[in-house]
Ligand binder design. Sequence first.
Ligand code: SF4
Ligand code: SF4
Length: 384
Amino acid sequence: MNYRTLGRTGIRVSEVGLGSEAFVNHDDAFAQELFDAALQAGINYFDLYNPEPYIRDSFGKAMEGRREQFVIQAHLCSAWIDGQYKRTRDMEAVREAYDDLFRRLRITYADVGMIHYVDEQTDFDTVFGGEVLAYARELKAEGKIRHIGMSTHNPCVAIQAVKSGEIDVIMLSVNPAYDILPSNEDVNTLFEKETYEMPDVLSCIDPERLELYSLCESEGVALTVMKPYGGGALLDAGESPFGVAMTPAQCLHYCLTRPAVASVLAGAHTKEELLEAAAYSELPDEEKDFATLLGSTPAHRFTDKCMYCGHCAPCTVGIDISAVNKFADLCEAQGMVPETVREHYQVLKVKAGDCVKCGACEKRCPFGVKIVEHMERAKVLFGA
Ligand code: SF4
Ligand code: SF4
């Protein structure tokens, strides 16, 4: 397992984490088994929302006596009301649900208090202008949560959250399909086939997504990822907008090569699926590679947009082309060169300006990136 730093929180987290989907309709023994398997595989990052009470109890029993081995993002504003899991902004319900979550999980603090599911602008205004954020701050001051996070499917809302300076971690839905769609307040559009049939929709990464990645990187806000497989659609050629089936490892690799991403919450439903996801870190590069697949499908028309896949390597003079392109894209998305990105660029041993324009890399790029021009662009941006 590889570990990454969770942005400015400084916490080290496993690049593959575990979500809570698997536990529905299972008992304490199952939770114990899955948590044991996760820890054994090196997973330390766990996303715990507020599912049925018995599941929260199972989590608590499975963590008993070893709390320090878990980095937990625990959701605020998700509650179990009238026998159903619901998002709520009713403060009485929010407080009650969070107290109950802590009681059942048998924990005294969460590493990240994740404000749950903020997709609409009006909801963002309510949450950030009112009692929800005030409550999160209160929990932080009391030491019950170490950092404030927010989960969303909407990059526009996420950008505002980053700019607020209040949020250290954003849980975002990321995968190659969602990355090409414009921001939307309605998460359901991400799942609809018609969305991907609009003209030119497959031709580029959404600029708001790029801006979000860039902002997170420069502000030290970590991204944790949900829906890496697009709800399973990307694993099925018939369902995927690209017309090909990706493997779980390819999906994870796509997410983990996006800027600012610290951990991907694998959508494991069984111990086998969990172990398959955890094994990602040990796989050879060929098995993680998503570029050959996506670059060759007729349904995919990304052109001249670097996907940071590394296929163009090795460069004749040793330039890390993928890193150079990523840094240049981050600057372009913000219309400036953030100091953090400049620093990262300066650390590169070989700079874009060293390119001898041999063109060897361009022949290997599955996405038709005009790399020589991109190196020129980076040289101008960074002055080297
Ligand atoms: S230039 Fe092409 S091959 Fe190289 S990292 Fe970007 S997309 Fe991949
Ligand atoms: S064209 Fe430039 S970046 Fe590409 S392999 Fe040659 S020297 Fe490296």
